[in-house]
Unconditional design. Sequence first.
Length: 335
Amino acid sequence: AFREELRQRSAKFLSNARKHLRGHRFRAVQAAAIEWLRQFEGPHQDMAEAIWRVRFHGLAAQVRPHTREAPDIASWLGTRTFFTELRHRPALMARIWPVHDRPEDFPEQDLRAHLLAQAARFGHPVIDLYAMVVNRLGTLSPGRQEATEGSEADAGRAHDFLDLLDRQRLAPVEEVGWSAYHELEALSAHHQLIMDTNLSDLQEATAPAQGEVAHRLGNLFAFQEPTGGMHGRVMKRQVQQFRMPGYPFVLVTTDLLQEGEDLHPFCSQVYHYGMSWTPSSMEQRIGRIDRVRSQTERRLTGNGEPAEEDRKLQVLYPHLQDTVEVLQVDRVLER
C-alpha cells in the first residue's frame, strides 16, 4: 500500500514523455515522499517542509503535462548517492560538506551540495574522476561500460571517489599535489567569501528557484578554457572563475581589469609587465588583490605565525636587463 501510494503521488512530478530518465524518476519519488511527509505531524515535518520549499516547490508546474501512469518506484527511495555515503565519513564530510540537519540550515546545506556537485563535474575533480573510472574499466576504449550498471554501480563509483578524496585528505599536499580534495575543501572552507564575491544574489530572501540555482552554478563552472580573450570588455565568467579556488590559476590582463573587479579571494601575487605612467595606476593594480578578506590576509591572520616574506603579498616587476625598464623598476622600488 505504501509503495503504490508513493508511486501514484510521484506521477505529477513526471512529464508525459514515453521514457523517463533515471534522474527524473529519482527526483519524482523524492518529491512525492517529501510532499507526503510534510503533511503529517511529527519529528520530521519541519525538515520536510524546509526541503519542500527549497527543492520541490513548483516542480509539478514545471513538468506539465504530467504522466497519467507513473512507473514503478522500484528502489529509488533507497538509492545510495555520493551524499548519502559521504554522511558515513564524518571526518571527510566536515571538510567538504559541513552541514547541520536543522530546517533553518537546509537552504545553505542544499547550496553547498550544488556547489560541490558542480565543482566535481567541471573543476579539477573531473580529472581525478576520469582517471578513477578508467581504472575501474581497465581500458581507455570509448563506449566501454562496466559489466553491471544501475544503482549498485553508482554506489560503487561513489565509494571509490570518496576513498580517493580520503586518501588525498590524509596525504601531504607535497605528495599528491593539487587534487580534487583540495578544490572541494577550499570551496567549503571559504563558502561565504565565494558566495559574497560571485553569487551574492543566491543568498537573498527572493533567491532563484532550485532549478535556476543549478543552472547558475553550472554556468559559473562551465567553459573553463586554457586561454580566453576579453576583447575590450570584461568577461564576467572568466573573472568569477578566477575568484574560485580552482582553475584558472593565472589571469593575464591589460588595464581593463585595473578598476572595479575584486581578484583577491585566491590570488596573492601580482606581476607588473610594464610600468604604468602614474603611481595611482600601479596602486590600482595591486589593489585588486590587496583587500580585506584576501588570500594574503587570511594566510597572515589565520594561525598567528610570524609573517615570513613568502607568506606576504607578492608584487613582482619582471623586466629586461640593459633596457630602460631597469631604471623604471629602480624608481618604483625607491618610491
